[in-house]
Design a protein around this ligand. Structure first.
Ligand code: GLN
Length: 538
């Protein structure tokens, strides 16, 4: 059985310093040294999970294999570590309270007063230790969302304090802060870092390692000052300089010896071997592309790039596999409505229509699809994007003038996309969609089979509506083939067009499974098709 070590990553001064990337980079480095590691995110908000949050609030909702709707940081964890996460890897204050309150209603606390300490903090600690319990991991890295000093994060910091006290050197705390540069003074300033460490000390936690996010290199005197005022060794002051790509951060952390400091602090023997060559060659390829293509990403949350985080990253992974950089042109689908789409799409090498919910901007998506279909431009539709492709084909090829999804028009005479029968009676919105991983059988003579190179795949889902099987024959006859099926319920998972260079729609979310180590085959194939299209044009 492994003696699991627990690493906590907290943040100070401001939010958005990149705790998720630092946590993922640390996991990557520990893996490269032969350790197993998993990463967990504790979110201080009251929502039970981010599934009901508008993407404008928190960016994309990331879905795990076991169907948990989670924080987008879990996407980074998987993309860096190539290890799947699960429900246990993302816990919110809401989930903790829900669990404790349910137990109280069941009478499990035997008449005691239920309090933040110990009941809430005990539940937090239980959720952290759960991941280490089966001895699966040498390291459990737990990232605490928010910033220390926030009212909401207090119970989480208290849980860390208790775990440190209980486990001693089996725990270490990494605190990420900002060291701002004052241009007028020409100086980096350490005061905000000192204050945020003081805030942690007030709550009983002395950080072991301080990672300093900065725009300029930290010199020895700055490092010394932070070490002295924050009560850590100089070697435990780690610079995290702004990088041009998140994928550079593991190598920057390697240079700064973050992994070595963590091993030292947890009294873990430092292995001699370090296997990081694959990561390095990924970066080399990323920085030296041969091809450059532009894809239009048509969606309705385009003002906030985080809303399509996993798609964005999948284009990087798939791009590197093709020695290609993919520039994403974000296009607001509402702005296409009633417009000449050529104006927006005339210069792109491919069109991706994004996932989404509700009717806003839907006609713009359909117009973009007509353009891609009739001009032989590579097209990739994901979830709602696939459903829009089915609607477009119904209207413009099969002549079903009002074809629609019953999500947008419940009274359409051609419900080509309809609610799944087991979704009809569901009232609660949270956690009730078709979620997580399901198998899908591929047609042997399809384009997608050629990319996956295997007959049975699994992909992750997050939807309530589906291709209406009543229309399958007619669609197939007219050239839109259903080439991927979920066998046990006969659900259409993938459509493809005959007589088109690359037109693929998927009911699932391939973007959740693309990683640095395993770029997703559909993104790889889509990018390849875009490169071809561009070469034909030139
Ligand atoms: N709104 C659609 C559905 O629920 C598509 C969902 C999605 O794109 N994730 O079926």
């Amino acid at each position: 059985m492994k003696n699991t070590k627990y690493i906590f990553v907290t943040g100070g001064v401001t939010s958005s310093l990149g705790k998720g990337i630092i946590s993922a980079s640390l996991a990557k480095l520990l893996q490269s040294r032969g350790f197993s590691a998993t990463i967990q995110k504790l979110d201080p908000y009251i929502n039970v999970d981010p599934g009901t949050l508008n993407p404008y609030e928190h960016g994309e909702c990331y879905v795990t294999e076991d169907g948990a709707e989670t924080d987008l940081d879990l996407g980074h964890y998987e993309r860096f570590s190539n290890v799947p996460t699960s429900q246990a890897n993302n816990v919110t204050t809401g989930r903790i309270y829900q669990y404790v309150i349910n137990k109280e209603r069941e009478g499990s606390y035997l008449g005691t007063t239920v309090q933040v300490i110990p009941h809430i903090t005990d539940e937090i600690k239980r959720r952290i230790k759960l991941l280490g319990q089966n001895g699966n991991f040498d390291f459990v890295i737990t990232e605490i969302g928010g910033t220390v000093g926030d009212i909401e994060s207090f119970p989480f910091i208290e849980a860390i304090r208790q775990m440190r006290w209980e486990m001693g050197k089996n725990c270490a705390v990494v605190h990420l802060t900002l060291v701002p540069y004052l241009a007028a003074a020409g100086e980096l300033k350490t005061k905000p870092t000192q204050h945020s460490v003081k805030t942690m000390l007030e709550q009983g936690v002395q950080p072991d390692i301080i990672v300093c996010r900065t725009e300029h290199h930290l010199n020895e005197s700055i490092r010394g000052k932070i070490a002295q005022f924050c009560n850590v060794e100089v070697s435990s002051v780690i610079e995290s300089i702004d990088a041009s790509s998140i994928y550079e951060v593991p190598l920057l952390m390697l240079e700064e010896k973050l992994d070595i400091e963590v091993l030292r602090k947890t009294q873990t023997a430092i292995p001699e071997k370090l296997e990081i060559t694959k990561w390095q060659s990924f970066l080399t390829r990323m920085k030296n592309p041969v091809y450059h293509v532009t894809v239009a990403l048509v969606g309705k949350y385009v003002e906030l790039k985080d809303a399509y985080k996993s798609i964005h990253e999948s284009f990087i992974h798939g791009g590197v596999a093709n020695e290609c950089t993919v520039k994403i042109k974000y296009i607001h689908s509402e702005h296409l409505e009633g417009q000449d789409v050529e104006h927006e799409l005339g210069d792109v090498d491919g069109v991706l229509v994004a996932p989404g919910f509700g009717g806003r901007g839907i006609e713009g998506k359909i117009q973009a699809i007509t353009y891609a279909r009739t001009r032989n431009i590579p097209f990739f539709g994901i979830c709602l994007g696939m459903q829009c492709a089915v609607i477009e084909f119904g209207r413009n090829v099969l002549g079903f003038k009002d074809a629609h999804s019953t999500e947008m028009n419940p009274r359409t005479s051609h419900p080509v996309i309809d609610i799944m029968s087991n979704q009809k009676s569901i009232k609660n919105l949270g956690g009730t969609m078709r979620l997580g991983s399901y198998p899908c059988k591929l047609e042997p003579d399809s384009k997608v089979f050629g990319l996956y190179k295997e007959p049975l795949i699994t992909e992750r889902h997050r939807h309530r509506f589906e291709f209406n099987n009543d229309y399958r024959k007619e669609y197939s006859k007219a050239g839109m083939k259903t080439v991927g099926i979920y066998p046990s319920e006969n659900l259409v998972e993938i459509i493809e067009l005959d007589n088109h260079p690359w037109f693929v729609g998927v009911q699932f979310h391939p973007e959740y499974k693309s990683t640095v180590a395993n770029p997703h085959p559909l993104f790889v194939g889509f990018i390849e098709a875009m490169i071809k299209k561009q070469q034909e044009r030139n």
